[in-house]
Design a protein around this ligand. Structure first.
Ligand code: ATP
Ligand code: SVQ
Length: 323
């Protein structure tokens, strides 16, 4: 039988029927198509393994989810959100790409881009803090990825250095879309073009509140009126820029409740040596009113990002040496 790669998703096997006429059989990828390697990490309901496609020898990260555990923990909704979101975000170098999904009786499998250099948080912890050049490069790649997500009507809602992975070239790969929100594409009732992000309904509030993994990056609007919108990702972006330069997030207290109090009270300070241009940018992002946060186009034009080539150039250049 002749196998031929038809696109990346499926293989087609051609056989001949009783009358000798060729028929094509579509075959999905499965576990046996991969050689599984080292464990890259563990999540609450998942294990991520490095794997090689036995036909193409391409390397992937395969996220394996245990069905029984997901059902027991009532997380089936997350799985579908993650799949649907990743299936929407397929044309940007800064987003972890989902190539295939398949399942067997025990598990679900997501075949993803391999981000072989782990989490941005790990690099930050090792160095303590980033210099301005590195902060500019990683900030620009994260912002470019947020702009793409938002253009596809997706709000990440849980951006943080743990969810910014790094590929072999030390370029950004944003992951963890199980808690994302897909803005419906219904034409806006009140005629306004911009999506404010429709308020979370009851169930979502519960999910939104329960998904607050680490409180440090939660936006004030999610805490006060339970409403997450695109600008919530820009609040998290402001926290990330601050953290890369200061070596710690702006809002951090002994426990989650005190951290929440600092956030809603905009209670944070800059270290003395914090660069002044970066300070101006952070101050225009960490604004309590989401409508008053700097919009993405203005962030791109901010002096802090002076000299950055936006668009494909940003993704072709060498990552600055982390020093
Ligand atoms: N595409 C990938 N390439 C390389 N490593 C990855 C990839 N995706 C996830 N990992 C690593 O595997 C670990 C588990 O990731 P996973 O997304 O399954 O769970 P999580 O989101 O980190 O945890 P939780 O489910 O509790 O939020 C993470 O620490 C992450 O660093
Ligand atoms: O939506 C899809 O792409 C298919 C549709 C057919 C199917 O059975 N599944 C699995 C549905 C599912 C989700 C969660 C659990 Cl815990 C068990 C089964 C879906 C699935 C297959 C593989 C990996 C993920 C998913 Cl959601």
């Amino acid at each position: 039988d002749e196998w031929k790669e038809k696109g990346a998703a499926v293989r087609v096997r051609t056989e001949t029927d009783a009358n000798g006429r060729p028929i094509s059989k579509v075959l999905k990828k499965g576990v046996k198509d991969f050689n599984f390697g080292r464990t890259l990490g563990e999540g609450s309901y998942s294990t991520v393994l490095a794997a090689t496609d036995r036909q193409t020898l391409r390397e992937y990260a395969i996220k394996v989810l245990d069905k029984r555990h997901i059902i027991k923990e009532k997380k089936v909704k997350y799985v579908n959100i993650e799949k649907d979101t990743l299936n929407r975000l397929t044309e940007h170098p800064g987003i972890v790409r989902l190539y295939y999904t398949f399942q067997d009786e025990r598990s679900l499998y997501f075949v993803l881009d391999l981000a072989s250099n782990g989490e941005l948080l790990g690099v930050l912890k090792k160095l303590g803090s980033f210099d301005e050049e590195c902060t500019r490069f990683y900030g620009a790649q994260i912002l470019d990825s947020i702009a793409y997500m938002h253009s596809k009507g997706v709000i990440h809602r849980d951006l943080k250095p743990e969810n910014v992975l790094l590929d072999t070239q030390m370029h950004v790969k944003i992951t963890d879309f199980g808690t994302a929100k897909i803005l419906d594409t219904r034409p806006q009732q009140n005629g306004s073009g911009s999506f404010a992000g429709d308020p979370l309904d009851g169930a979502e509030v519960d999910r939104a509140m329960s998904f607050v993994g680490t409180a440090e990056y939660v936006s004030p609007e999610l805490l006060t009126d339970k409403n997450a919108c695109k600008a919530s990702d820009l609040w998290a972006f402001g926290c990330i820029i601050y953290q890369l330069l200061a070596g710690r997030p702006p809002f951090k207290a002994a426990n989650e409740y005190q951290t929440f109090q600092k956030i809603v009270g905009l209670d944070y300070q800059f270290p003395r040596e914090f660069p002044v241009v970066a300070r101006d940018l952070v101050e225009r992002l960490l604004v309590l009113d989401p409508a008053k946060r700097l919009p993405i186009e203005h962030i791109k034009n901010h002096q802090f990002f002076e000299g950055v080539t936006w668009g494909t150039g940003l993704w072709k250049q060498r990552a600055p040496r982390i020093k």
